[in-house]
Write a protein that binds this ligand. Structure first.
Ligand code: C5P
Length: 230
């Protein structure tokens, strides 16, 4: 059974400082969005895709979507709102609350097929679900709000939360609705599930599954794609 895919792509990407959202910037001759959707399609060709877009988005071209079955979803104010809109649409289409849903940032075009398959198989076999994650390599400092170190965090046991993150439809929708009701801001799906008292599985993933955020990330992503292809 192919999973449902949600790709939140309704962000403005202000930190890139570009004249268009970062998913429409050029990366190795194509847009970031093109690469991300191709990677997902190569592993899940039969999946049904929900693509969350800003209703005012004027850059999107439907030709970029390689999936046969896909739906444009109106994004919300925060990433979690965009994902929740997609989950509500899926819930109306899909009778099975246990259907598997994978959420992947449009801004992560370097995710590999191997990581996508491993993530899928791990969350499909898990009672809670989980996320790709990479161990933190640097020593982590917390600031005092005035440019000085307040404390050093224990690095051991810290992970970067990556995407995809995969959960059952009913669980994820309940988790995100609870979070919205409680007014909790969240930057990923796992944290909403954690707030329900559950422990998502950490599935070790590649560190080069970067999220394009700052201008120099585009050149880095180009190098990563070239290295992966060689
Ligand atoms: O801004 P950031 O990189 O953290 O966004 C992560 C992902 O969430 C991006 O793929 C972005 O397009 C998406 N997003 C969204 N709706 C929002 C804000 C961000 O779909 N309101």
């Amino acid at each position: 059974q192919a999973p449902w895919l949600i790709v939140p792509a309704a962000g403005s990407g202000l930190r890139m400082g570009a004249n268009r959202p970062k998913q429409y910037l050029r990366l190795a001759g194509r847009t970031v969005m093109w690469h991300t959707l191709q990677r997902l399609h190569s592993v899940f060709p039969e999946a049904r895709l929900c693509l969350c877009l800003d209703p005012r988005d004027s850059c999107f071209e439907p030709d970029v979507v390689p999936f046969a079955r896909w739906q444009r979803i109106a994004g919300g104010g925060e990433r979690a709102d965009s994902v929740l809109h997609a989950l509500e649409w899926i819930a109306a289409e899909e009778g099975d609350e246990q259907a598997l849903v994978l959420v992947h940032d449009v801004a992560r075009p370097c995710v590999t097929a191997e990581d996508l398959m491993r993530l899928h198989d791990a969350v499909d076999a898990d009672a809670v679900g989980g996320l790709l994650a990479a161990p933190v390599a640097d020593t982590m400092k917390r600031d005092d709000g005035a440019g000085r170190v307040a404390s050093t965090e224990q690095r051991a046991g810290l992970w970067h939360a990556l995407t995809p993150q995969g959960f059952r439809l009913g669980l994820l929708r309940d988790a995100l609705m609870d979070a919205r009701r409680a007014g909790r801001g969240m930057t990923d799906e796992a944290s909403a599930v954690e707030a329900m008292g559950l422990s998502p599985r950490l599935i070790p993933g590649r560190r080069d599954n970067i999220k394009i955020t700052h201008p120099d990330d585009l050149a880095l992503a180009e190098q990563i794609l070239a290295a992966q292809a060689s």
